[in-house]
Design a protein around this ligand. Structure first.
Ligand code: LLP
Length: 424
């Protein structure tokens, strides 16, 4: 369910017509719907509310969409934040997420990141290796306060998703092998400055089946019992994110949050811990679209190309993961044709869709790429010296630019020419 619908033949975000925004901010641009964001958060939070021994911490995975307005909207709903870098932590704090609702994940946390997170007083570090535990203990000792942490375990479960976003197999870089977890906890405890509060797991993203999650969670439950038998005071279990969302019209519907919540409640019954969740895509994915204008049509032999003013640098997912995004006209005329939808960038990978049946469009028409609220604007680059697309947030009949398009001058001024460059 989202709030991007046709009204009088024109696609609107809530009550605002997309062409009206395009007239003011130019194309391409990202557009998010506040009501959709809020709805997704509330549906998820409601679905997991009864799981665990205390109200769960829903820590929004900031990486999915780190715009300050997006984080602030979710913080107002009570969300925490799952962050993977100092930058994301700063963003979460700046947007109003209380430090004690922040979880710090990632395999490569640096000492500087640990120091900053300890100083901020975050909820929990999710450790991914023994050497990381050593570093955190030293940081905590220096800070004069224990660091609250969980070990992320790798349960060697196939999430059944795209290889590049699968994280729970033994060959992936993530977590510690679950069969070494008891030793890892013993080691971390011996260091003296880590409060080992829990276990964490995250096996991948865009999961369309609950079974691998249930298997992974089952392993976590057994581990919690073992760890308690070893004398650890386990109080939290972080079950990660990963729930998939619909992208293509005919795709099987991914499990609904309600079904996920029921599965978690069933699986985690008796764990006696506070649960943490790290949803990203589920919250923001279908709350955003990318709007682009058709530059021109071109025919190469049998092949019709619709060339648009958005490119792989704006929305990388098709080029990177062969991801499907639904593409339609903002003002569909009722006719359809088959075309390749491509951007202006100088490589063939700059293709959003091949041989796609789509609304017939012509030069100057607006197109919308659906499901572009997660892992979209944030993965953009300025490749081909293209400016980052601006972002807009709509609420009812109101809208605001939440990240403006910068100028070419600003982009170029970020580089500098050493005084000696032309003399050697
Ligand atoms: N927690 C951890 C530790 C993660 O690594 C991730 C995502 C999440 C939570 C949030 O997962 P979600 O609920 O969004 O599935 N760029 C890729 C997706 C990468 C996901 C990385 N980790 C894409 O565009 O599909």
């Amino acid at each position: 369910m989202n709030h991007f619908e046709l009204k009088d033949g024109v696609l609107h975000a809530e009550d605002v017509s997309l062409p009206a925004i395009a007239d003011q901010v130019g194309t391409p641009f990202y557009c998010y719907s506040l009501s959709t964001l809020q709805r997704h958060y509330r549906v998820f939070a409601e679905a997991v509310a009864q799981a665990g021994n205390a109200p769960p911490l829903v820590a929004y995975a900031v990486k999915a969409n780190p715009n300050q307005a997006v984080i602030a909207a979710l913080a107002a709903e009570g969300a925490g934040a799952d962050v993977v870098s100092l930058g994301e932590m700063k963003r979460a704090l700046a947007a109003g997420v209380p430090a004690d609702r922040i979880v710090f994940s990632g395999v490569g946390k640096t000492r500087a990141e640990m120091d900053a997170a300890l100083a901020a007083g975050i909820f929990q570090f999710n450790l991914e290796s023994l050497s990381e535990a050593d570093m955190l203990s030293a940081a905590a000792q220096a800070a004069g306060r224990p660091a609250r942490a969980a070990f992320r375990v790798n349960p060697d479960v196939d999430a059944g998703t795209h290889a590049k976003i699968s994280t729970g197999r033994a060959e992936n870089k993530f977590g510690i092998p679950i069969d070494t977890a008891r030793d890892a906890f013993a080691h971390a405890r011996s260091l003296g400055h880590i409060d080992l509060a829990g276990v964490a797991v995250h096996i991948g993203s865009q999961l369309t089946d609950l079974a691998p999650l249930e298997t992974a969670f089952g392993h976590v439950g057994a581990l919690i019992a073992d760890l308690r038998a070893d004398g650890h005071d386990i109080r939290t279990a972080d079950l990660g994110g990963g729930l998939g969302i619909p992208y293509a019209p005919g795709d099987p519907e991914p499990p609904l949050p309600k079904a996920y919540g029921e599965m978690v409640q069933r699986t985690a019954a008796g764990w006696d811990v506070r649960l943490v969740f790290e949803p990203g895509r589920l919250i923001t994915g279908n709350a955003g679209v990318l709007v682009s204008r058709v530059v021109r049509l071109k025919q190469n032999g049998e092949r019709r190309f619709v060339i648009v003013d958005a490119a792989m640098n704006d929305l990388m997912r098709p080029a990177l993961y062969d991801a499907y995004h639904q593409i339609s006209a903002v003002q569909p005329g009722g006719e359809t044709f088959t075309a390749d939808i491509v951007g202006p960038v100088c490589e063939s990978g700059d293709t959003f869709a091949q041989q796609r049946g789509m609304d017939r469009v012509d030069a100057g028409d607006l197109l919308v790429f659906r499901t572009a609220g997660a892992y979209s604007a944030t993965m953009a680059s300025t490749y081909n010296t293209r400016l980052l697309a601006p972002e807009v947030m709509v609420s009812g009949a109101d809208w605001s630019v939440i990240r403006a398009r910068r100028s070419y001058e600003e982009l170029i001024a970020a580089d500098s020419i050493p005084e000696w460059i032309r003399t050697r």
